[in-house]
Design a protein around this ligand. Structure first.
Ligand code: SF4
Ligand code: SF4
Length: 345
């Protein structure tokens, strides 16, 4: 494991971080075991959020009594100073610490978010105050919107930027990475697997390792997964011609119109299970159509509840034509159902 300086923060972090969404799915003891194992294997950088349910609490338990050995980053979706202060204090309590190494304003995507957090009484005011009081060491920002991310990087207000970056989402490669490098910002890479659609971890990490200043934060679900991903960091593990071909195959297969399962579009007011229904073609390709129709039945049948109100489209940071994709996926599901019935008749 190599250790890098996270931009101009001066924080020393492992070249691979730990994204703490998946640990919300497991009991405390199991999550703590995975977190501690990752630490023992050299991972020192842990990224979470107030919104990730009990993730902060689990991290607080895992690293109690060894605060100076880990770098802790968390974030808030709050836009006002008052709400951000409440979130920040809660994070400190849950993480059992009196300071955060990095505090990020989370998911600033639209101009309205930006104006709220930076305006009078906005979250940035609270965060700056907390920094002056020693509760926060460094301030960062996260986004899924490239133009907004570039603007925020260039604002000079933040020391790190967190953005999706992987072999099929290369939007950050040129302008955003260039801006963050030029300005001495740390670049934290969320979604190294494209939100779950890149199922070849070796290829995903070989791609990312060709950007040595980028710190990926995969979500680990088990000790086995920690070991698997760490194995890609042993030795040089260079990209081969075959790896390049596989990357191209992923790009050709997924294009731009794929759902990253970020769930910002949820909940649907009509009860449509948007995220699983958006991913139906991937499940069908992985499991076979005849299994997928059963596995996804509930989600796919919920698509018929859609009234095309457009709320999900407004909330999708990737500007996906959600209703159009849902309709296309539903047609595919119907076709698969027909094929299945024909095969069994
Ligand atoms: S457009 Fe359909 S799926 Fe999207 S939020 Fe409205 S009802 Fe739900
Ligand atoms: S449709 Fe958009 S907002 Fe909803 S989960 Fe997919 S990428 Fe996220």
């Amino acid at each position: 494991m190599k250790y890098l300086t996270l931009g101009s923060t001066g924080l020393t972090v492992s070249e691979l971080g730990f994204g703490c969404i998946p640990i919300i799915r497991f009991p405390k003891e199991d999550s703590v075991r995975v977190l501690r194992h990752a630490f023992e294997r050299g991972i020192t950088f842990y990224d979470t959020a107030n919104a990730y349910r009990d993730s902060e609490e689990k991290i607080g338990i895992a690293f109690s009594g060894m605060r100076d050995k880990v770098v802790l980053a968390t974030k808030t979706l709050m836009r006002s100073a008052q709400d951000a202060t409440a979130h920040l204090d809660n994070s400190l309590r849950m993480l059992k610490t009196d300071y955060l190494d990095l505090y990020q304003l989370h998911q600033i995507a639209q101009e309205q978010d930006w104006l709220q957090v930076t305006g009078p009484g906005g979250a940035l005011e609270a965060v700056l105050k907390a920094k002056a009081a020693g509760k926060i060491r460094h301030i960062g920002v996260t986004s899924h919107n490239l133009q907004m991310a570039i603007k925020m990087a260039r604002s000079g207000l933040f020391e790190t930027i967190q953005f999706p970056f992987n072999l099929i989402e290369e939007g950050a490669k040129d302008q955003l990475l260039a801006a963050s490098t030029e300005l001495g910002m740390g670049f934290i890479c969320m979604k190294p697997f494209g939100g779950g659609v890149i199922d070849n971890a070796a290829v995903a990490f070989k791609y990312l390792r060709s950007y040595p200043d980028v710190i990926p934060i995969p979500g680990f679900e088990s000790i086995r997964q920690v070991e698997e991903i760490l194995s890609f960091y042993a030795g040089e593990n260079l990209v081969t011609e075959r790896d390049r071909e596989m990357m191209e195959e992923y790009r050709a297969k997924l294009g731009r119109r794929f759902c990253r399962r970020c769930e910002y579009c949820q909940p649907c007011p009509q009860g449509v299970m948007i995220t699983p229904a958006m991913g139906y073609p991937i499940v069908a390709a992985r499991m076979s159509p005849s299994v997928a129709v059963e596995f996804c039945r509930k989600a796919m049948e919920s698509v018929s509840l859609c009234t095309e109100c457009g709320a999900c489209i407004q909330h999708c940071p990737y500007e996906l034509p959600v209703t159009e994709i849902l309709k296309a996926n539903y047609s595919l599901y119907e076709q698969h159902l027909k094929d299945k019935h024909a095969a069994t008749d």
